[in-house]
Design a protein around this ligand. Structure first.
Ligand code: FMN
Length: 451
């Protein structure tokens, strides 16, 4: 069976279904979109339908970390789109933990701007729609920290010969303890700003994600499983102690990063490309037992193996596998976590590559219990009204869908603010063009079989 990279060129649903049957027949497919319309109640969280906008960093914050005009515009468009869950992007809890100088950073001096961001977004909700639940993602960018124009300033859990591009500063245990307090402070500000839930982000190779795989780190936050999950659980406990039931707890949860042993998380010892969900499933259980009942499950590391993180048609290398197989692995990760914590709600990741067929894949995943919410990332940049069109029963308009072209990321890597330069061209084509000036074209010819 041919499984290598192939661009999305299905002319009809029958063409698409033939490939689905050939490559990933386990992925459920259902044309009955009513599965997306059911409400979901979790403690402290009323979610009016099963469609979610994933957290998507726009790199459009001001120097003090407050959301800027483009961020307000993005969230107004997302809220108007009708998804039942709006997951606001990564906001750093300390300035040195920003991934770029325009990443959001929440602190006492600007919490009011986050309150306005949420409130203004919700004002654009159509009159006939129930209010979506809102989550704010809190982060420390760790080895991806680049807080100012001076360039990367990595803060790492442990040296990693696979990822290290330059020596990073190893974060000390005492600094991690202070960081726990910074996450708590961020959670308090998120609650004050009106968010329904706060996300303790542990994925994509950022600091809390990296700690999960830090087998080679000495001391109480590295080595065995209990040590590697310690900080995550300490943060959750400390947020609960401080806020009680004032805010629901969530996590953007990496289940498999596909980084070779001993540095990877959720990987098989013999082959990092084969997931081993046993540790992630155990962590999910510990989190759920503490009341973290909303898990947005993701995989991969966008800086190392972006095809694992977000199946694409165009990027910095030719993906070593058909994007449908990548999506199948993302769904399998969500399914494994959902099975481990049936009382929690998993948000599935991996739907944008499917274009308009993503509506039926989402309905299938929900129908068959692989997840309890279906999340869309890049699709929301391209087609912010995607949820309303699924919920109305019309389905997705192929002419409005994300094309998995990767340019939202290219914009960000070029130093601009992320959005869709194809479907939202007036706002983002100029940003894309400015960023590309003087740079070589993105070259897909590099092969990446080793990933
Ligand atoms: C430009 C861009 C920014 C992103 N920012 C975040 C973020 O802030 N937090 C996060 O957890 N994931 C982030 N992601 C990952 C997405 O949430 C999502 O997991 C990924 O795009 C795969 O979903 P999709 O196939 O629906 O796009 C980002 C992705 C892109 C392309």
């Amino acid at each position: 069976m041919e499984t290598g990279f192939k661009r999305f060129d299905y002319r009809t649903e029958a063409d698409f279904l033939a490939d689905l049957e050939r490559l990933a027949p386990e992925i459920p497919y259902c044309r009955d979109y009513s599965h997306c319309s059911e409400a979901l109640e979790l403690p402290g969280l009323a979610i009016p339908n099963r469609l979610a906008v994933h957290p998507m960093e726009g790199a459009d914050g001001a120097a003090d970390g407050s959301p800027d005009e483009l961020a307000f515009r993005r969230y107004r468009r997302f809220a108007a789109g009708g998804a039942g869950l709006l997951w606001f992007e990564a906001a750093a809890v300390v300035p040195e933990g920003r991934a770029n100088p325009r990443q959001l950073w929440i602190h006492a001096g600007n919490a009011d701007a986050f309150r306005r961001l949420r409130e203004e977004a919700l004002k654009s909700l159509p009159a006939d729609r129930k209010r979506p639940a809102t989550v704010l993602q809190l982060t420390h960018s760790g080895r991806q920290s680049r807080p100012d124009a001076a360039g990367p300033s990595p803060i790492i859990a442990c040296p990693n010969p696979i990822l290290d591009r330059q020596p990073g500063r190893i974060v000390g245990d005492d600094e991690l303890e202070r960081l726990r307090d910074s996450f708590v402070a961020g959670a308090v500000l998120a609650a004050d700003a009106g968010f329904d839930a706060v996300d303790i982000k542990a994925c994509h190779g950022y600091l809390l994600g990296e700690l999960l795989g830090a087998r080679t780190r000495p001391g109480k936050y590295g080595g065995d499983f209990e040590n590697r999950i310690r900080l995550m659980l300490e943060i959750v406990d400390a947020v609960k102690t401080e806020l009680g039931g004032r805010i629901a707890l969530a996590s953007r949860f990496g289940a498999w990063d596909s980084i070779p042993w001993p540095y990877g998380w959720g990987v098989s010892e013999g082959d990092h490309r084969i997931p081993d969900f046993s540790e992630p499933a155990e962590l999910a259980k510990r989190l759920a037992a503490r009341g973290v009942l909303l898990l947005d499950v993701t995989c991969g590391n966008p800086y190392f193996n972006p095809h694992v993180n977000r199946p694409f048609d165009h990027g910095y290398y030719t993906p070593p596998e058909h994007p449908m197989l990548g999506a199948a692995k993302l769904f399998a990760a969500g399914r494994a976590v959902q099975a481990a914590v049936p009382g929690a709600a998993v948000v599935a990741t991996g739907l944008s590559w499917f274009r308009s067929f993503g509506a039926s894949v989402a309905a299938g995943l929900l129908r068959d219990g692989w997840c309890r919410l279906a999340g869309f990332g890049r699709q929301a940049f391209a087609y912010p009204g995607f949820a309303g069109d699924i919920l109305s029963g019309r389905g997705l308009d192929p002419g409005k869908c994300c094309l998995a072209c990767g340019n939202c990321t290219v914009i960000m890597r070029d130093g601009g603010s992320a959005g869709c330069m194809l479907r939202d061209r007036d706002a983002y084509l100029p940003v894309y063009r400015r960023g590309r000036e003087g740079k070589p074209p993105v070259d897909m010819s590099r092969r990446a079989e080793h990933l």
